[in-house]
Design a protein around this ligand. Structure first.
Ligand SMILES: O=C(O)C1=C[C@@H](OP(=O)(O)O)[C@@H](O)[C@H](O)C1
Ligand SMILES: C=C(OP(=O)(O)O)C(=O)O
Length: 451
């Protein structure tokens, strides 16, 4: 098994929308009664960054309401502005004056922070246009895979060079238009490579047919990409088995869109209802969302909770004792693996989470990191190459390290909602997707001391 190593915070990747980077830890005290609340959740990171990029490529002015304001969307907006796209942000609304497929500023350095979506969505959009740019990311983002995307973009005409290390950021991209034709691409390491290519594909000179070799992890994110492309007027055909996608050339048209709340963030609050035998109702979430983490609801049902999906709200009601004793594939909704691991601590028997080897390449090696941190609480885990088994137990007080990973911090905080003496280091890291996470916990009755 991998040797656990603790990832240190990379503060450069924290944006002006981040908070609490001067605080050493969040000291938590459990809720004294079941948590009951009705709440709204900020916009989806995935939808925000897809919509921002599509709007920047489009002809005309788009209005995006309900955007997420976090590090990941900040670095997306920052990069697009550096490419010369005027973007005005007022509250949770972004007005984007699209460049019609050309970037007004044709050279410069772009910094993507720790955002996988920005690192993997921008290269295609740059390669499809004309200019020369350098793309740089956080320390961790520079370790995360990018080569399969670089490989296909190069085969379609881009000149891309690795500047410091083989197969990682930073890279230089000389965009000279994408040729089109047919290409093969793997989807087993990250769905984002595919999404990044697809988002740019309408700007290729000729129709582009993408054959996906083998399984696609978190396939629903590719569906989300295609849905956004369709909203912006793209034309494409997907084969019955979903492995072949043929995209016609044609520019995006500006749109006025209202974005869904971030279901990955909703997950922590539904988990709080589950853990405290409370009830959390999240408003403004459409029942037919494509966001894959909605599958958490099925897992919570299996653990004994009651879930209610209405046309525009989703409610989770907890239970006195969560049930375990099952194995669950996390392949399709792996951002919730850490949430499931935290819930499993309080189940009545072990839970095994599988099929998520790719999360070793996320913000940290999430499988090794969660095993390491749960061990500090005296919780037994078995680490597997593609997941882990969590054995329930009574956690002891501990100071936990989130490994510079927002989801590690938010998932570990769930344990602090049930157990005395839990402290989470580097509380600022939640700003990758939810900068006001600690205020939200506090408002729900969990004691949060940021010190
Ligand atoms: O396309 C997207 O918006 C995302 C795709 C997934 O990444 P991978 O496919 O790289 O696992 C997911 O984990 C990430 O949070 C968001
Ligand atoms: C994997 C994640 O992010 P990224 O978009 O950086 O891949 C995540 O948010 O859990």
């Amino acid at each position: 098994m991998s040797v656990p190593s603790v990832q240190q915070p990379d503060f450069e990747a924290r944006s002006p929308w981040s908070r609490y980077n001067d605080r050493q830890e969040a000291a938590l005290s459990p809720a004294i009664s079941p948590i009951h609340a009705e709440m709204t959740i900020p916009g989806s990171k995935s939808l925000t960054n897809r919509a921002l990029l599509s709007a920047a490529l489009a002809s005309g002015t788009s209005e995006l309401t309900g955007i997420l304001k976090s590090d990941d969307s900040y670095w997306c907006i920052d990069s697009l502005r550096r490419l010369g796209i005027p973007i005005t942000v007022e509250g949770e609304c972004a007005i984007v004056e699209g460049g019609g497929g050309a970037w007004p500023i044709r050279h410069g350095e772009l910094y993507v922070g720790a955002a996988g979506t920005v690192a993997r969505f921008l290269p295609g959009a740059l390669a499809a246009s004309h200019g020369e740019w350098i793309l740089r990311g956080s320390k961790r983002m520079s370790e995360r895979p990018i080569a399969p995307l670089v490989h296909v973009l190069s085969s379609l005409g881009a000149k891309i060079r690795y500047l410091e290390q083989p197969e990682g950021l930073p890279i230089s991209i000389l965009g000279n238009g994408l040729s089109g034709g047919t290409i093969h691409m793997p989807g087993d390491q990250s769905s984002q490579f595919l999404s990044g290519l697809l988002l740019a594909a309408p700007y290729a000179h000729e129709p582009l047919t993408v054959y996906v070799k083998g399984p696609i992890v978190q396939r629903d994110y590719v569906e989300m990409t295609l849905a956004t492309m369709k909203q912006f007027g793209a034309s494409f055909h997907v084969s019955g088995d979903g492995q072949t996608i043929a995209i016609q050339p044609g520019p995006y048209k500006a749109q006025a869109l209202s974005l869904e709340p971030d279901v990955s963030t909703c997950g922590y609050f539904w988990a709080l209802a589950a853990l405290t035998n409370g009830c959390i109702r999240i408003k403004d979430l459409p029942a037919d969302t494509r966001q894959p983490d909605i599958k958490l609801l099925q897992a919570l049902e299996r653990m004994g909770c009651t879930t209610t999906v209405e046309s525009n709200a989703v409610e989770v009601r907890g239970t006195g004792q969560l049930k375990g004793g099952f194995t669950m594939s996390m392949n399709e909704w792996s951002d919730q693996t850490l949430t499931m691991a935290a819930l499993a601590v309080f189940a009545d028997s072990p839970i095994t989470l599988t099929d998520a080897a790719h999360i070793r390449h996320h913000e940290c090696d999430r499988i090794a990191a969660i095993c390491l941190e749960l061990a500090k609480l005296g919780i037994r885990t078995d680490e597997h190459p593609d997941g882990l088994t969590v054995y329930p137990g009574q956690p002891r007080p501990a100071r936990l390290n989130p490994h510079d990973d927002h989801r590690m911090a938010m998932a570990l905080s769930l344990i602090g909602a049930k157990t005395d003496g839990i402290r989470i280091a580097d509380p600022g890291c939640v700003s990758k997707t939810c900068p006001d996470y600690w205020e939200r916990l506090d408002a729900l009755g969990i004691g949060v001391q940021l010190q």
